[in-house]
Design a protein around this ligand. Structure first.
Ligand code: AGP
Length: 604
């Protein structure tokens, strides 16, 4: 997965392209490249980050009012200058940037080599430039349409031909691509934040669509080259939301945005009496006859799915599974027309989640998505969507997307419960309305202690997160956050499991983060913590219990505001996010762009 961007207009292309790459860098940062056209191709590409490209550009200024650019997350071929995009044909007439994977590139590459083409890189992408070269006879659109007939896999593409100074061709297949409509200039990018500073009018491309951008117009075609039409959408995101807004990092900003994000998630959906209105978003017939619920998701979204499973099992009499989307397609699957498949995905583009959802759909399941991205592939393919309204999440580590997913799951269970049983979960919904203030309080009261704790554990090599019941899912999310941005190993355990093996690793001063929010499990959790303390573990206890004395089991006890027990995960995750953030900062890590990772994983 990578980020691509394109521009055609009357101004130099590089300011937009570089700004776009900086916004898209969360999608990959192994190498970056740019190509502008002004009679000749002006190209600069380099291993490393967009900032490295910007440095290189100081020595290689570019010319041209039309251009394409790319930031790469390496799949085929190591991160290197040679493998950086754009890729060219044999005569440097065709330039291509690509996000996705060409699955049949080996066959295509050997066929093209047999025909005499010379390759410069190890990437799968380069076959595309040579294929376009093969078909190009002055009509770039036609050549691209013919070339893509031969591609298997996923691709969002932007393509230039040296002798077409006012024409950029783009294609979308299984990877996102957005066209921004300007005045006398048009834009292309992998996502909305890369364009939103310039225009709110956008075309969100569907799979199989091909677009020809010139400075005067944008024309849309199907993959055989037949012209089609589609209405632009007006995107309401505030451009300021995609800036750091005075925070040192996007992640810290996004942690602090959570109270507002939750408010946006519930706005217009729950009224002051705790009544819910979701009928327009999720038509009641979607639940008719449903006898089984399956969640599919990856990473943080999978932890949200575990929370969803807990809610459904606690409040409804219905079997629920929460599956890792990456495993879902490769095991026996009992989805049928009585199954409700719920895909949870911030981006709505994760390949594993999309693949799992498509399989369930093919087996007759009804499908629903909880996603943050309007017009994302998953949102377009499911029967109903519940948008989380978290606003743009830029940091690779998911924070506000997660808590708004949990809020959506509360809305969903309340909707389902009302339709199935007539019961209105007003207490839960009213408590959700009160959550933003408690989140703000949690941040305010605990940030300093978490910063100090993060500095204390900065040299730890292992950490353990424990909880029971729903706190176990929160422990999993807490350890993932710490692990992905600080590179300290973390393991999450259900409290009762410690004694079955992992207790062997609890020695003097090993950091243990414990979550204790469920009154009925409190005594058992305290026993587990005693086992930890007896081995010298250093315990940070996060609890919503206001009264009990935990001084014998917690070296540091952070009391979070009292809350409805089913909402506790929306609160306890906040200190674990802050802990991850401050620990990573204490270690000098790049919190927004952790090594080897990227924001949305559009490959399997
Ligand atoms: C978590 O911080 C990660 N960014 C990652 O686990 C993420 O949640 C996962 O890749 C799923 O992404 P999605 O929600 O966009 O599908």
């Amino acid at each position: 997965m990578c980020g691509i961007v394109g521009y055609v207009g009357s101004r130099p292309a590089d300011p937009f392209l570089i700004q776009g790459l900086n916004k898209l860098e969360y999608r990959g940062y192994d190498s970056a490249g740019i190509c502008q056209l002004n009679h000749e191709f002006y190209v600069c590409k380099t291993k490393g980050r967009v900032s490295d490209l910007e440095r290189a550009l100081k020595h290689t200024p570019l010319k041209g009012c039309i251009g394409i650019a790319h930031t790469r997350w390496a799949t085929h071929g190591i991160p290197s200058d040679e493998n950086a995009h754009p890729h060219f044909d044999c005569h440097q007439n065709i330039a291509v940037v690509h996000n996705g994977i060409i699955e049949n590139y080996r066959q295509l590459r050997s066929m093209l080599i047999n025909e005499g083409h010379i390759f410069q890189s190890d990437t799968d992408t380069e076959v595309i430039s040579h294929l376009v070269e093969t078909y190009y006879q002055g009509d770039l659109l036609e050549a691209v349409c013919r070339a893509i007939q031969e591609l298997k896999g996923s691709y969002a593409l932007a393509i230039l031909a040296k002798d077409q100074p006012n024409q950029l061709i783009a294609v979308k297949q299984d990877n996102p691509l957005i066209v921004g409509l300007g005045q006398g200039e048009n834009y292309l990018a992998s996502d909305i934040p890369a364009i939103i500073d310039h225009t709110a009018e956008m075309l969100i491309l569907n799979d199989g669509e091909v677009v020809r951008l010139s400075k005067e117009k944008v024309e849309l075609f199907d993959r055989s080259g037949e012209q089609i039409t589609k209405k632009p959408v007006s995107i309401q995101w505030d451009p300021v939301q995609v800036q750091k807004g005075g925070f040192e990092d996007f992640m810290l900003k996004e942690i602090h945005e959570q109270p507002q994000a939750i408010q946006d998630t519930i706005a217009g959906r729950i009224n002051e009496r705790g009544e819910l209105d979701l009928d327009r978003e999720i038509p009641p017939h979607l639940f008719e006859g449903v006898s089984k619920v399956q969640f599919v998701a990856c990473g943080t979204a999978y932890h949200a799915a575990l929370y969803g499973k807990h809610l459904f099992e606690t409040l409804m009499d219905i079997p629920v599974e929460a599956e890792l989307a990456s495993e879902y397609r490769y095991k026996r699957n009992l989805a049928d027309d009585k199954t409700l498949l719920i895909a949870v995905s911030q981006s709505g583009e994760t390949a594993d989640t999309l693949g799992a959802m498509r399989l369930a759909k093919a087996k007759g399941a009804r499908t629903l998505a909880i996603t943050n991205v309007l017009g994302s592939t998953i949102s377009r393919e499911v029967d109903a969507v519940l948008y989380s309204h978290a606003g743009p999440e830029i940091a690779v580590a998911s924070t506000k997307a997660y808590t708004t997913q949990l809020a959506c799951l509360c809305l969903l269970i309340a909707h389902f419960c009302r339709l199935k049983t007539g019961e209105n979960l007003a207490a839960l919904l009213l408590a959700l309305r009160g959550l933003p203030d408690k989140m703000s309080q949690t941040i305010k009261e605990n940030a300093a202690a978490l910063k100090a704790y993060g500095e204390k554990i900065r040299s730890a090599s292992d950490t353990f997160f424990i909880g029971r019941g729903i706190d176990y899912a929160s422990a999993m999310e807490g350890q993932l956050k710490l692990k992905e941005i600080s590179y300290i190993h973390g393991e999450a355990l259900a409290g009762g499991e410690l004694k079955h093996g992992t207790l062997a690793l609890i020695v003097e001063d090993v950091p243990v983060v414990a979550l204790l929010t469920q009154p009925e499990l409190a005594d058992k959790m305290v026993n587990n913590l005693k086992e930890v303390k007896a081995r010298g573990g250093y315990v940070l206890l996060l609890t919503t219990d206001q009264e009990s004395d935990f001084s014998d089991v917690g070296d540091q006890v952070l009391r979070l505001p009292e809350i409805h027990p089913l909402l506790a995960p929306l609160l306890t995750v906040v200190p674990t996010q802050l802990l991850a953030y401050y620990t990573a900062k204490a270690r000098g890590c790049d919190v927004d762009k952790p090594r080897n990772l990227a924001k949305s994983i559009t490959v399997e």
